[in-house]
Write a protein that binds this ligand. Structure first.
Ligand SMILES: Cc1ncc(COP(=O)(O)O)c(C=O)c1O
Length: 388
């Protein structure tokens, strides 16, 4: 029997590839985006408690009401608007599932979705599995600013979806209120839905405020906003996210969700709900926490030949190695693993047509000592490379 792949060109994600290489080469992994420090012990205690209390059977399909109410309160605190836990909030298996479900709910064969490169890698395969195709618009380094004229030129009668990600992984750029206004103007009078990937909603630096589609009167009527407790509670392995959308959109999302995962691990939901009810401000210090880490790493690397780019948000930091090497970023990242014993993520896999650039992505969600060790190794490597 001949088996025909539906995604013949999709290989293993760059995150898995680089993490595997890090293990093979015994390198320090500051590439993949996950914290190497502990979660708040009180969150762990909540989980143990709810399991002991027998919260171990299927949760409701849309998520436990306890968690959805906590999410609604949190959204009110963040975005000054009440979202109905019954009809507008759905708990999903990480942001990844919310993205997948929303994409399946919106696009089908013949439709087009616009995404912005460098793009998080989960978007395009989900669009293609729905039978639709992606138009990829490149944001150019070093500013990675949106060009809304280019977006308008890319629109067609087949466009059904635009996915934005702010703060953006991996560029570390953030959308402004003017960007959201421009997006709203682009889709006005067109049958286009927005998916806003806002998993780094709390990680903006230098006094910036996150511009959520949920605060934008026009956009929130037509958007799926996607969030992740993995990022907000430093618990990426808990795989708990959620999607906020108007009732009509939420109904369609749940049609996909109920036959995808049906419902999410119930003890995790009860544990997060209990934790948030006891510590409703648990996420308040995230921006300052990561800003200190960004400043630490960037400060240690500045002047080394691995030059940090300005980072407005996310828990990543881009560095430019152009002054010490003109290798392509895949080769350079592999050499860093072998010679510096530090694993980073090259930027070109995030582009359909990568521009000429010499950038790699580092993750700052690491203990300070991990960041110091990584910086020391990178500085030593760069010094050696610049003397060649
Ligand atoms: C931009 C972006 N979207 C979505 C996700 C996935 O989030 P989750 O781990 O909650 O599925 C990530 C994870 O790194 C991300 O960086």
């Amino acid at each position: 029997m001949r088996f025909t792949s539906k995604l013949p060109d999709v290989g293993t994600t760059i995150f898995t590839v680089m993490s595997r290489r890090a293990v093979e080469e015994n390198a320090l992994n500051i590439g993949q985006g996950f914290p190497d420090y502990a979660i708040d012990p009180r969150l762990g205690e909540s989980l143990v408690a709810v399991v002991g209390e027998g919260r171990n059977q299927y949760a409701p399909m849309e998520g436990t009401i306890e968690l959805r109410e906590q999410i609604s309160d949190k959204l009110f605190t963040c975005y000054q608007r009440r979202f109905d836990p019954h009809s507008e909030i759905t708990v999903t298996c990480g942001a990844t599932e919310a993205l997948y479900d929303a994409i399946q709910a919106v696009v089908g064969p013949g439709d087009e979705a616009i995404i912005f490169d460098p793009a998080y890698d989960a978007y395009e395969p989900a669009v293609r599995l729905a039978g639709a195709r992606c138009l990829r618009i490149a944001l150019k380094p070093p500013s990675f600013k949106f060009d809304w004229d280019e977006v308008r030129r890319a629109l067609s009668p087949r466009t059904r979806l635009i996915i934005i990600n702010s703060p953006q992984n991996p560029s570390c750029s953030v959308a402004t209120r003017e960007d959201l206004d421009a997006l709203a103007a682009c889709i006005r009078d067109r049958p286009i839905t927005v998916i806003a990937d806002e998993v780094y909603e709390h990680v903006l630096f230098d006094g910036r405020r996150h511009q959520s589609v949920l605060m934008h009167p026009e956009l929130r009527e037509r958007s799926y906003a996607v969030f992740s407790f993995g990022k907000t509670l430093h618990a990426t392995g808990w795989r708990t996210g959620y999607c906020v959308a108007p009732p009509e959109l939420t109904r369609e999302l749940r049609k996909v969700h109920q036959f995808n995962t049906f419902s999410i691990v119930s003890p995790l939901q009860y544990a997060i709900a209990r934790y948030l009810s006891a510590h409703p401000d648990a996420w308040q210090g995230l921006a300052a926490f990561f800003e200190a880490k960004r400043d630490l790493l960037a400060g240690l690397l500045r002047g080394s030949g691995l030059e940090p780019l300005p980072a407005a948000g996310t828990y990543f930091q881009l560095v430019d190695y152009g002054s010490i090497s003109q290798e392509d970023d895949m080769q350079f990242a592999d050499r860093l693993i072998r010679e510096a014993k530090v694993a980073v993520i090259p930027l070109s896999p995030f582009y359909a047509r990568p521009p000429r650039m010499t950038l790699v992505r580092l993750c700052i969600a690491k203990r300070d000592e991990t960041l110091r060790t990584a910086a020391e190794r990178l500085r030593a490597f760069a010094k050696g490379a610049s003397q060649l």
